[in-house]
Each structure stands twice: as structure tokens, then as C-alpha cells.
Design a binder for this molecule. Structure first.
Ligand code: ADP
Length: 476
């Protein structure tokens, strides 16, 4: 169903599409297939919603966001189960995601009250300078399937806190989670038109309406660099504001002064999280030559203990890939690497036994001897494959790590303070984990450099993306 101007309704075309559970291949729902006309209606509703919402005080807007936070927490278990069924991640990690998602409502309920202005010294004695921050207007948001709840609240919460209204188009793989987020928004009493939802099986016409409709002031997108770049190019003709959170190709560097077992534990936890389907997932694991052996031994041992299966089962530690195309892409990268001489330590094939053939499961895979000739060295994998590369020298590994057009996340394991600081400063990435695999939170700015995007989500930076700065010069 679409949520437009405070009401649930079908698509203008009357058609619908199926949602598939990636663990079983079964249909778990049938949702309205929104059209470009629906997107135009939603933008019109958001324009209406903006005029009232932007005039609310920050305290009033915060009250609604607090309510949304509370409702999402009350519905945490149901939302997590739905996420597991629709997206595939194990229930425990789905619960973590709902918590992370709810945290954005809480954080921005508070941040709404901190969009301070400035009083500046003016050049003339009869002049005063005042700076205020105002909402940019109607926002159009496009979100991915890998974090189907938190990627929506990470945009909706700061947009609403800033006084903007919004239209959200979630990924076609995960419309049901998006609908539940909008049930929370509806039940929190957020006024009609302020937040609107278009679910669809065909994103291109909706994206076209977002970039071409002059009522949209800002586009915020999380997804592939390819689609993000295309949307940014088209949005430029109307000078729409942009926030883009795109692909990554994270290096994970383990120096010889690090504990190889601890680093291997970190690598296995972050690499296989969400079945490797995260833009901050390590894609090149650089390990110092002298500790390669113990590192690989622990990594292999941990990978051998991962249990693939339906995320609703208690003993499942790794879920399926999102669809068949993802399976093929991952397998292609692995076969290409092996064909070019990489050594396969574990995995390297689809999982089919015990009914797994009905879903899209790929065996957790470890490769060593990965080199720049291999596709996996250069392209984002988005799957459960750990490519390990040997290095000997700090200057060399820093250059290798930075030699990519991506710049989202990087990880460093070292016990030397100076080296940790050098890496923190010199890695050209927006997020650096130093002996840490989870440098994310609602309070922290998330985003990339270079082709990984523009802008930041979360933290005090996140609300600034939805505000214009206005200068007033007053003669007195
Ligand atoms: P992925 O490969 O991870 O699915 P995409 O960039 O294709 O990444 O998808 C991220 C989001 O972008 C999804 O919501 C998807 O529907 C949307 N999307 C994909 N193609 C287009 C398009 N041509 N116009 C607008 N949105 C698009």
C-alpha cells in the first residue's frame, strides 16, 4: 500500500507486485505497485504538508518524533521478525537494526531543538548580521533493501526534525518493512502530508518524477554509485539539494603489531554481518605477511562455525543473499579470483543442502592471495566473501588502501598509537574503525568521500543536510 496525505491507498494503476522471502523463495505479500502519477500525488501532498509542519515549533516536532521512537520500540519484535522474513538477516541482528532505526527518532527529537542560528559582527556600525537555519522544503528519499528500516528513519527523522516534509521510495525487495515504518509514523500522529510512502516494483519512473518535479527541493539517496550518479546528474538541472550515500570498498588493515586472533575475530564479525551486504563491509583484508598464518587460521575456524539458514531459526548466524542476481554476482567474483590464482580456504559455492536451495544462500568464503587483477579487488562484492591480501610495509599498504574511487569505511588493527593516528588521518575514507568494527550510531556522522557520496547522515551533521542557511543584514 501507498501512504499519501495521511491515508493508505492502492496504486493509480490498480496493479500490485509480490514480495519474496529470500530464505525460502516464497511469496510473503502482495503490495501496490506505485506509478509516476502516485509519486506526483505524494509530492503534492508533501508540499501541502510542508506549509503547516515547517511552522510548528521545534518542540512540537520533537514530541511527534519521541512518539515515533516509543512506538517503534514497542513494535520492535514484530518489526524484526518481518525484517527477517523480508530481507533475510538473522532475528538477533534484525532486532539490532530496529533499535538503530528507532535511535534516529530519539536523536533527532533532541536535535530538532538545536538548529541554532548566529549573530555575527557586521562590517558597519549601523548594521547587524543574523543567520538563521530553515528547512529546505519537500524532500524525496530513495532507500535500499539491505537495512530496510534504519535507512528510512535515518532520512525521515532528521528531515522531519528540520521541518521538511518527505516522500520515501523504498527498495522493491523490502516494501513491507517500509510500510511498517509508516504505520509507526501514522500512529505517532504525524500530520497528513508530512511523510508519504510510494512502494513500487519499478523505481525508474518514480526516480524520474523526483528529479523532474520542481516541488522537490532535495533528493536523498542510499544505494549504488551507478544509480546515485545518474540521479545526481539529472537533479543538477534544477539545482536540487543532494545527499548521497553510495557504494564502498572498505580496506581492513591488520598490522604486525596487532593481535592476529583479535583482528580475525573482528574481520569475521564485520565481513559476514548481513551476509556481507553492507556498504561498510570490508572488501580488501590486508594482513601483514608475518602474521598471515595465525590470522587465516582463526578466520577459517570462525567461518567454519557460521551456520547458514532461515534467520528465524535460533542457530542461524548467517542469512541468504537478497536474490538470485546477487548469488550470481558473488559467485562470479569468487570464480574470477580463483581463476586468477587466489587460494580458496572455505566456501566458494552456493549452498543447497537441507532445503537451502529454495533460498539464495552462498557459503561463507575465504580467499587469500587476492591481487589487483581480480574483479573482487576492485568492485564492491556485497556478499559473504573475505578476500585476504598480504603486505609488508605501512606506506605501501596505505597507498593500496587509498587506491580506489570509493571512500566510505576503512578499518585498522594496530597497537601503536602513532600508527593508529597516522592511519586515521591519512586514509581517504569518511568512517575509520581503529581496532573497532562498528563505528556507527545515530549520534555519529555516517557518509563517504570520493565516489561513495556526498553529505552525512546521523549526528548533528545529519540535520544540517535538511536546512538552508539564511543571512539577514539589517540597517539600524
Ligand atoms: P542495489 O544494487 O543495492 O539494489 P540500487 O542503487 O539499484 O542498489 O538500489 C537502491 C535504491 O535505488 C532502491 O530503492 C532502488 O529501487 C532504487 N533505484 C534503482 N534504480 C533506480 C532508478 N533508475 N531511479 C530511481 N531509483 C532507482
Amino acid at each position: 500500500m501507498l501512504y499519501i496525505d495521511g491515508e493508505w491507498r492502492g496504486a493509480a494503476s490498480g496493479s500490485s507486485f509480490e514480495v519474496i522471502n529470500p530464505a525460502t523463495g516464497e511469496s510473503i505479500g502482495d503490495v501496490a505497485d506505485g506509478t509516476r502519477q502516485d509519486a506526483a500525488d505524494a509530492i503534492l501532498a508533501a508540499s501541502g504538508g510542508f506549509s503547516g509542519w515547517s511552522r510548528f515549533t521545534a518542540f512540537e516536532r520533537a514530541e511527534y518524533l519521541y512518539r515515533a521512537y516509543q512506538l517503534m520500540m514497542e513494535r520492535k519484535e514484530a518489526l524484526a521478525r518481518l525484517m527477517t522474513e523480508e530481507q533475510g538477516k538473522p532475528l538477533k541482528t534484525a532486532r539490532n537494526e530496529v533499535q538503530y532505526a528507532a535511535d534516529f527518532f530519539l536523536w533527532y527529537a533532541e536535535e530538532a531543538k538545536r538548529t541554532y542560528g548566529d549573530v555575527l559582527p557586521a562590517p558597519r556600525s549601523d548594521q547587524r548580521f543574523l543567520v538563521i537555519r530553515q528547512p529546505v522544503g519537500v524532500v524525496a528519499a530513495i532507500t535500499p533493501w539491505n537495512y530496510p528500516v534504519s535507512m528510512i528513519t535515518r532520512k525521515v527523522a532528521p528531515a522531519l526534525a528540520a521541518g521538511c516534509s518527505i516522500v520515501v521510495k523504498p527498495a522493491e525487495q523490502t516494501p513491507l518493512c517500509a510500510m511498517e515504518v509508516f504505520n509507526v509514523i501514522h500512529d505517532a500522529g504525524i500530520p497528513a502530508g508530512v511523510a508519504n510512502l510510494i512502494v513500487t516494483a519499478d523505481p525508474a519512473p518514480i526516480g524520474a518524477e523526483f528529479v523532474e518535479n520542481p516541488a522537490v527541493a532535495k533528493i536523498t539517496f542510499t544505494g549504488s554509485t551507478e544509480v546515485g550518479t545518474m540521479l545526481a546528474g539529472r537533479a543538477a538541472s534544477q539545482m536540487k539539494r543532494l545527499s548521497l550515500e553510495l557504494g564502498g570498498h572498505a580496506p581492513f588493515i591488520v598490522f604486525d603489531d596487532a593481535d592476529p586472533a583479535y583482528a580475525a575475530k573482528g574481520a569475521s564479525l564485520v565481513k559476514f554481518l548481513n551476509t556481507g551486504q553492507a556498504c561498510i563491509s570490508p572488501n580488501r583484508i590486508y594482513v601483514h605477511k608475518t602474521i598471515m598464518e595465525p590470522f587465516l587460521a582463526v578466520l577459517e575456524e570462525r567461518v567454519s562455525r557460521l551456520r547458514a539458514g532461515n534467520g528465524l531459526a535460533d542457530d542461524t548466524s548467517i542469512g541468504p543473499l537478497v536474490d538470485h542476481a546477487a548469488l550470481e554476482k558473488v559467485d562470479h567474483q569468487v570464480q574470477d579470483a580463483v581463476g586468477h590464482g587466489a587460494r580458496l580456504h572455505s566456501g566458494g559455492h552456493r549452498l543447497t543442502d537441507g532445503g537451502l536451495d529454495r533460498g539464495f544462500f552462498y557459503a561463507p568464503t575465504v580467499l587469500s592471495g587476492v591481487t589487483p587483477e581480480m574483479e573482487i579487488y576492485n568492485n564492491e562484492t556485497f556478499g559473504p566473501v573475505a578476500p585476504v591480501i598480504s603486505f609488508t610495509d605501512e606506506v605501501e599498504v596505505l597507498a593500496l588502501a587509498n587506491r580506489t574511487t570509493y571512500g566510505l569505511a576503512a578499518y585498522v588493527y594496530t597497537q601503536q598509537l602513532g600508527r593508529a593516528m597516522r592511519m586515521f588521518e591519512e586514509l581517504n575514507y569518511g568512517i575509520i574503525g581503529v581496532n573497532d568494527i562498528n563505528p556507527t550510531a545515530a549520534a555519529a556522522p555516517f557518509g563517504g568521500m570520493k565516489h561513495s557520496g556526498v553529505g552525512r547522515e546521523g549526528g548533528r551533521e545529519g540535520i544540517a543536510e535538511y536546512l538552508e542557511t539564511k543571512l539577514g543584514g539589517f540597517s539600524v
